[in-house]
Write a protein that binds this ligand. Structure first.
Ligand code: NAP
Length: 408
């Protein structure tokens, strides 16, 4: 592994999110060697020139050209690097061959997928390969699903170490958030909607709360299908609607619990919600937002309305501008109960930039640096299992908040 040419290779440096990840990697690379990869040399050279304007020593950063449809070029990409970070999505469409090349080459890998279907494909196709070669594949290393996965892991460790208790009912509430969306993220969501419309097996997979379980038959069954309705959170006294990213995050968190031998608890149950505040106003806003989300999903599924949406929403390479990214932020409260103890635990996870872009660039880059520095066994892993509290420490040092409060 140490003889590989590049410490970290960013695959997809020319995309909207890839460009932000390139910025973070260049600015924080220290003594690490970083290569830029993608399908278009001229665009990659333009990205390198822009990066060199603020980081002059980046002017001779290596460029690696390949194509998501050309497995030989992807094998060369993964054989040249110790860790490959990929922002080439939708992953179901463009990500499979790169992940296969990484697993085969024993190259550590992290991505930004929010697609349960892609995750399941990785597990079914590549888990045995990655175990054999020692490659650690860590999908969902951005806003989906690091705050959820590491936030719950942090609370479970606290409950175990300070109270010698497992967790029971645990709810993540996004208390405040401001952020935008890019073309690739929308394309990924539309891709999932298309797959669900055409393929009954994909629909069943998306409905299954334990779809990423390492052993479905022996996993827990504490959680049912995702909620569809608004709910009053009695602990916080706010009205909440189901959080759209819960569809991926809850599966990742449940997979972490299973991979860790149900260390979070055998009574552990988990859901994700978005807060709209207290009282009648909170109820009206939560109901309105929930209805709007259901209407959007309905419009995305029907070809005529889908065409209108595609004209109105950001396309490939587009996303929130610098001002929107810098004024973005997120605040999450994870409320957990312990078995046989009335103490309430609250885990707070917060970021100071747009969650899906500024903070996501930080999260996936720190995951890559963590993989580089901390060895471990191969497989298809969650962020909590691959790096756990080492990644929490890295993200704290990079400005994110991870704290725990106790309420009697
Ligand atoms: N989990 C999270 O929190 C989170 C946050 C942000 C984004 N994402 C995900 O990140 C992904 C990218 O989103 P985005 O908005 O940044 O997309 P984007 O701007 O459209 O970028 C897509 C990238 O893929 C490259 N690409 C497309 N086809 C390729 C091929 N055949 N071979 C090699 N490269 C190819 C593009 O290269 P060219 O420049 O040459 O076209 C570009 O670099 C999406 O899947 C999105 O869901 C997730």
């Amino acid at each position: 592994m140490t003889s590989r040419e590049h410490d970290v290779l960013l695959w997809g440096a020319t995309g909207f999110t890839g460009r932000l990840v390139a910025d973070y990697l260049a600015a924080n690379r220290g003594a690490r060697t970083i290569a830029l990869g993608g399908r278009n040399r001229q665009k990659l050279e333009a990205v390198r020139r822009e990066l060199a304007a603020s980081t002059p020593s980046f002017a001779d950063a290596p460029i690696v050209v390949g194509d998501a449809t050309d497995p030989a070029s992807l094998a060369a990409v993964c054989e040249s690097a110790r860790v490959v970070v990929t922002t080439v999505g939708p992953y179901w469409q463009h990500g499979k061959e790169l992940a296969r090349a990484a697993a085969t080459a024993g190259c550590d890998y992290c991505d930004l997928t929010g697609e349960v279907t892609f995750w399941r494909w990785l597990l079914d196709e590549l888990e045995p390969v990655a175990r054999r070669t020692g490659a650690r594949l860590v999908p969902s290393s951005g806003f989906d699903s690091i705050p959820s996965d590491l936030g719950v892991a942090m609370l479970a460790a606290h409950a175990r170490e300070r109270h010698e208790r497992p967790l029971s009912e645990t709810r993540l509430v996004v208390t405040k958030m401001k952020g935008g969306v890019s073309g690739g993220t929308l394309a990924s969501a539309m891709g999932i909607a298309d797959l669900a419309r055409k393929d009954p097996a994909a629909r069943a997979l998306l409905r299954d709360p334990y779809s990423l379980s390492p052993d479905r038959a022996r996993d827990l069954s504490n959680d049912g299908p995702d909620p569809m309705n608004v709910r009053h959170d009695a602990d916080l006294d706010v009205w909440t609607a189901p959080f759209v990213m819960g569809a991926i995050n809850t599966r990742v968190v449940r997979r972490s619990n299973a991979l860790l031998g149900h260390r979070y608890g055998r009574e552990f149950s988990y859901g994700e919600w978005l807060s709209f505040g207290p009282g009648a106003r909170g109820f009206a806003m939560a109901s309105g937002a929930n209805a709007a989300l259901l209407a959007f999903l309905g419009a995305a599924a029907l070809p005529p309305t889908r065409k209108v949406l595609e004209r109105l929403l950001p396309g490939a390479g587009e996303g929130p501008d610098l001002e929107a990214r810098q004024s973005g932020f997120f605040k999450i409260a994870i409320n957990a109960r312990m078995v046989g103890d009335s103490t309430r635990l609250i885990g707070r996870v917060e970021g100071k930039q747009d969650p899906g872009y500024g903070e996501t660039a930080k999260m996936i880059s720190e995951t890559a640096f963590g993989l580089l520095e901390h060895p471990g066994d191969g497989g298809v892993l969650t962020p909590a299992v691959a790096l756990g509290d080492r990644l929490i420490s890295r993200l704290r040092a990079a400005g994110m908040t991870f704290v725990i409060e106790e309420l009697p």
